[in-house]
Design a protein around this ligand. Structure first.
Ligand SMILES: *Cc1c(COP(=O)(O)O)cnc(C)c1O
Length: 364
């Protein structure tokens, strides 16, 4: 059986360090906003060469608190992609703002800046580009548009820790970068966790308040906030893994190159890497009109595969024709019908990639 992600292989490699880090937290007994959270915040800020990083409870809250700290409120329009995980748009609705869905470019599955331009109105207050599957969205035209119209950019980096666009790490290009440490992400913990990075001191202070009940001094409250703190045990785990993240991402890139050389079918579109980008392959996602056949063959051979995402957000029951603004989004719908993600993680072996590729090559 080859799973999409085998977390046990990585745990076996890191076991000594992870177990020691967890034991240290248990001995220390400082479980909420202790030294591991503040050290991880320092390390992640340094990794991105930005002044501020704020640990939060999960990636969804990272987006929510970033939007709120950027002043997004009821009735504001926030532009994003329909080809993403629900969390990206859910947070917009949670603030009673309006998700505006814009179609994607098929090559990278990311938001199309040309389409984005057409959807900007006087009510547009923020854009959430998603660096889907680990490939950065086309940021330069997005930054130009947003500067022109004074629109905030909140990058959804949940799948793209360490990815680069024109030599810049994702999350450092817009006003905020939002990360998730969900167990299957490139940089992950063993539960829920998240982080926001920013260069803006006021936004950083706001998020720090919001994550802890609107409080900077214990039992004094300046804002209606949330209970959304990153916990010490999870922070300690992420600190161990952060030391290895570049190595892990490099292994994913090597695996992707091997898939590329092994899959040989004219009716399969392989993932590409734009010249200005460093892809970190959270997923290795192919496209084919035969993807259902391929999925069946893989299953018969005990190999997992997955469809991310089977239904674009503008077609989801919660949004279809309500609470959102969305025209025709044909590229998203076409991609949803043709994508197939194959097993991808740093410890995936060469022989496994060859085997998976053979099954794809021989599927009907
Ligand atoms: C995982 C993910 C999130 C949400 O992160 P959680 O930590 O699960 O809340 C948001 N956006 C995208 C694109 C994701 O993949």
């Amino acid at each position: 059986m080859i799973p999409m992600v085998d977390l046990q292989r990585q745990y076996k490699i890191l076991k000594t360090d992870i177990d020691a880090a967890i034991t240290e937290v248990l001995n220390d007994c400082r479980f909420i906003l202790g030294p591991n959270v503040s050290e991880l915040e320092k390390d992640i800020a340094a990794y991105h060469k930005v002044p501020f990083a704020i640990g939060v409870a999960n990636g969804t809250d990272a987006l929510l608190l970033a939007l709120k700290a950027c002043g997004i409120k009821e009735g504001d329009e926030v532009i994003t992609t329909p080809f993403t995980f629900i969390a990206t748009a859910e947070v917009i609705s949670q603030l009673n703002a309006i998700p505006v869905f814009v179609d994607i470019v098929p090559e990278t599955f990311n938001i199309d800046p040309e389409e984005l331009k057409k959807k900007i109105t006087r009510k547009t207050k923020a854009v959430i580009p998603v660096h889907l599957f680990g490939h950065p969205a086309k940021m330069d035209p997005i930054v130009n548009l947003c500067q022109k119209y004074n629109i905030k950019i909140i990058e959804d980096c949940a799948q793209a820790f360490g990815a680069e666009y024109n030599g810049k790490k994702v999350g450092t290009i817009g006003d905020c970068g939002c990360f998730s440490f969900f167990p299957s992400k490139n940089l992950a913990c063993y539960g829920d966790g998240g982080m926001v990075i920013t260069k803006d001191k006021d936004i950083a202070e706001q998020i720090r308040l919001l994550r802890n009940h609107g409080s900077a001094i214990k039992y004094y409250h300046n804002a209606i906030g949330y209970n959304s703190r990153l916990d010490e045990i999870q922070a300690a785990i992420v600190r161990v893994k952060l030391r290895k993240i570049d190595e892990f991402n490099e292994s994913r890139r090597t695996n992707a190159n091997l898939y590329r050389s092994c899959i040989k079918r004219d009716d399969v579109i392989l993932p590409t890497e734009s010249t200005e980008c460093r892809h970190v392959y959270h997923q290795f996602t192919i496209r084919s009109k035969k993807r259902n056949n391929m999925m069946d063959s893989l299953k018969r051979n005990d190999i997992s595969s997955a469809i991310y995402y089977p239904l674009p957000l503008h077609k989801q029951e919660v949004f279809a024709g309500q609470r959102t603004i969305s025209g025709e989004l044909p590229v998203s719908e076409e991609c949803a019908a043709e994508v197939l993600s194959l097993p991808m993680f740093p410890e995936l072996r060469k022989d496994e990639i060859q085997h998976i590729s053979d099954v794809i090559n021989n599927a009907s």
